[in-house]
Design a binder for this molecule. Structure first.
Ligand SMILES: [Zn+2]
Length: 196
């Protein structure tokens, strides 16, 4: 596995200080043997350095099953429902139109969108790298979901609301990803970012 040194994703400075080297001396993480936690010397942003390329992560999330909840047929635990409910309660006061086009990027098995559906929102779309997650979202909640990543939808419809929940911390290529998100958002649209 080839790991790549990164510039700061925020200010693009190459100057950094290594705080900690995380070694994986086991078989739990097949994606990499180690990575560095560094702080940008210019702006202070802390990020993971010497990690695989975005394409490697894209493939990993496509085939991994950790987020597919297969052990429970796709039904998420109460903890997740609490987390999703918090997100929905935070943003729904700002979404007065029940027909607003809402995109959940990295929708997993559709748990978050199911909360919106219960709240009367009908124009919902989920996108997730895992085809298994997408299929589960369709079957469990009858919610439209498609397999893909953050760049898959660019050039098609635009959305009133885009949600990135537990997604941003998994991306290597912030700049291109956020450019894609921006191009998918309507003027005066809402972007909700949640990281865990
Ligand atoms: Zn920086």
């Amino acid at each position: 596995m080839v790991n790549k040194a990164r510039c700061c994703p925020i200010c693009f400075s190459a100057e950094k200080v290594c705080l900690y080297k995380q070694n994986f001396n086991n078989d739990v993480i097949s994606l990499m043997d180690s990575y560095d936690v560094v702080v940008c010397s210019n702006c202070g942003f802390a990020y993971a350095d010497n990690i695989p390329l975005q394409s490697v992560f894209d493939n990993y999330y496509e085939v991994m099953s950790k987020y597919e909840f297969n052990y429970n047929e796709g039904v998420v635990s109460g903890d997740y429902i609490d987390y999703y409910t918090k997100i929905a309660n935070f943003i729904t006061p700002y979404i007065t139109d029940k027909n607003a086009a809402i995109l959940d990027m990295g929708c997993s098995t559709g748990g978050l969108l199911s909360i919106f559906k219960s709240g009367g929102y009908s124009n919902l779309l989920g996108v997730d790298p895992s085809p298994t997650c997408v299929k589960t979202a369709n079957e469990l909640y009858d919610i439209e979901a498609v397999a893909g990543n953050i760049n898959s939808l660019v050039g098609n419809e635009k959305f009133d609301v885009i949600i990135l929940s537990a997604v941003l911390e998994h991306l290597v290529d912030y700049e291109n990803s956020m450019r894609s998100v921006r191009s998918l958002l309507k003027n005066n649209g809402l972007l909700l970012i949640a990281v865990r």
